[in-house]
Design a binder for this molecule. Structure first.
Ligand code: MF3
Ligand code: CO
Length: 252
């Protein structure tokens, strides 16, 4: 099966992408001190229905929720819980996917809870570096480049800023399935891997740690945390490769 989408398919994926972007904007507004990650799940669930879309995550390999909410040392796949209380100075990664008109959209961002000034300086820099690493990856998502160019750009930016990239989880192709070929690692060599072609749609999603890149899986079978307990950040966009350059489908 070809990984390349037609212009008509890209228009549909744009609609899915914008729906995800609006859902995440509403969820992020709910990330305030005293809220629980279950409150964020409730917001996401309502927002996805408001878009006339379905959740991409609930039921995927048995995942129970529409949102992944990963706080501080949680890297990805945090399961929303009524017991997980957000506090001033925390950071929370919000990861959400939808299915709309047969096509998937997937995006994530990490936001401060409450006043950004209450987040420790090094953690604020971690968030900025992870966002910059995603932007560097997006800038490399061009016809004629190689997959490794994206991976390398992400890794270089994150490590330049003094942080480490997680190896155990990777980005992915996306379309009529949430996860399609190819895998998009957040580390690699320029010029390596397959050539990027017009119509490919990739989820680029760096997970960047303050300390060691090492990961540990919690007993719930989903939540990935840093092995050293230091903070982690995660940003993701769904990006189409077009002849006019990268088209970030999940950005307004
Ligand atoms: N953005 C993540 C991914 O693309 C979220 C998957 S969560 C799951 O892999 F529940 F769907 F597995
Ligand atoms: Co993804």
């Amino acid at each position: 099966m070809s990984m390349c989408k037609t212009p008509a398919e890209l228009e549909k994926m744009r609609r899915s992408g914008l729906a995800v972007q609006r859902v995440l904007r509403q969820v992020a507004a709910g990330a305030v001190p005293g809220a629980t990650t279950w409150d964020l799940e409730t917001l996401a669930d309502a927002a996805i229905r408001g878009e006339g879309a379905q959740s991409a995550f609930r039921g995927y390999r048995g995942y129970p929720c529409v949102l992944c909410a990963s706080v501080n040392d949680e890297i990805v796949h945090g399961i929303p819980s009524r017991k997980k209380l957000l506090r001033e100075g925390d950071v929370v990664s919000l990861d959400c996917g939808v299915l709309l008109d047969g096509y998937y959209g997937d995006s994530a961002l990490t936001v401060p809870v409450g006043d950004p000034a209450r987040v420790p300086g090094p953690v604020r820099r971690l968030l900025a570096a992870t966002q910059a690493a995603l932007d560097a990856g997006i800038a490399s998502a061009r016809v004629g480049n190689y997959l490794g160019d994206i991976s390398f750009a992400v890794q270089k930016k994150a490590e330049e800023e003094g942080f480490s990239v997680v190896r155990e989880f990777v980005g992915h192709g996306i379309g009529t399935h949430l996860h399609e070929e190819p895998q998009v690692p957040n580390y690699g060599q320029p010029g390596a891997g397959r050539r990027l072609r017009e119509g490919m749609v990739l989820c680029i999603e760096p997970m960047v740690n303050q300390g060691s890149p090492q990961v540990r899986l919690l007993e719930d079978g989903w939540t990935a945390v840093t092995s050293d307990g230091a903070c982690s950040a995660h940003f993701e966009h769904t990006v189409a490769i077009t002849r006019d350059g990268p088209w970030v489908l999940t950005r307004a």
